[in-house]
Design a protein around this ligand. Structure first.
Ligand code: PGA
Length: 247
């Protein structure tokens, strides 16, 4: 199974920095088939710019585009939202759902996330569904039940999913320069894997890790059994650092 490395730019970058990131990155990457799959998730406004560059330079379909969120509705009076169909117009292959920053700052509940998941299916977009426990859950050792309940409340048992990317992102690790021990990531990857194997209607899934990933720790994290990729935040903003991670 090919690994996937996802760049989540969050609300960073602008026209000038993206232009130079693209120039440098695409110059280096040369469509080498040995690279993992790469998905870039820019702020919505830059999807068009990136989709044009990707369509032009991506002979082996190594690089795809993803959104950082998706609306729970098909269309209508939802000011500020972007629908699955709109994302598809810009060749988005992936959509991040349930990032802890959306849960925290936009009050996204598991119910809303279930609707969002269904929207991705309707337009054939692969969901990158994020789960992750707080430091309190980790310290009080309630994280196993918490993570299981995040999965169960968002993914209905009868749903048919051709592909799913499940991102384990402990909240206490995001943007903090602190990563869990390798054994702790492995424990969760095994747990998530056995949970997802119970879903007979999920045809393919990948489990990826996110939270303070850098070129200095990416190799070790990728060596964990059942980890098939990474979700990279701040380290993906610097094309040199991101290139080291995908190499
Ligand atoms: P980080 O963010 O790599 O900056 O910790 C990861 C994420 O939030 O997806």
């Amino acid at each position: 199974m090919k690994n996937i490395i996802v760049a989540n730019w969050k609300m960073n970058q602008d026209f000038a920095t993206i232009s130079s990131w693209i120039n440098d990155f695409f110059y280096k990457i040369c469509d080498d088939k040995n690279f993992p799959e790469i998905a870039i998730c820019p702020p919505y406004l830059y999807l068009d710019m990136l989709s044009k560059v990707i369509n032009k330079n991506n002979k082996n379909s190594l690089i795809s585009l993803g959104s950082q969120d998706i609306s729970f509705s098909q269309s209508g009076a939802y000011t500020g939202d972007i629908s699955a169909k709109m994302l598809k117009d810009f060749s988005c292959k992936y959509a991040i759902i349930g990032h802890s920053e959306r849960r925290q700052f936009h009050c996204e509940t598991n119910d809303i996330l279930e609707k969002k998941l269904k929207m991705t299916i309707a337009e054939d977009i692969v969901p990158i569904f994020c789960i992750g426990e707080s430091l309190k859950d980790r310290q009080e050792k309630t994280y196993v039940d918490f993570l299981k309940s995040q999965i169960k409340s968002v993914i209905p048992k009868d749903i048919y999913l051709e592909s799913l990317v499940l991102a384990y992102e402990p909240i206490w690790s995001i943007g903090t320069d602190t990563t869990p021990k390798i054994s702790a990531i492995k424990e969760v990857a095994d747990l998530v894997c056995s949970e997802l194997l119970n879903y007979k209607n999920i045809k393919n899934f990948k489990i990826i890790y996110g939270g303070s990933v850098k070129s200095s720790n990416s190799k070790e994290i990728l060596s964990i059994k059942n980890i098939n990729g990474l979700l990279v935040g701040s380290a993906s903003l610097n094309y040199k650092e991101f290139f080291k991670i995908i190499s």
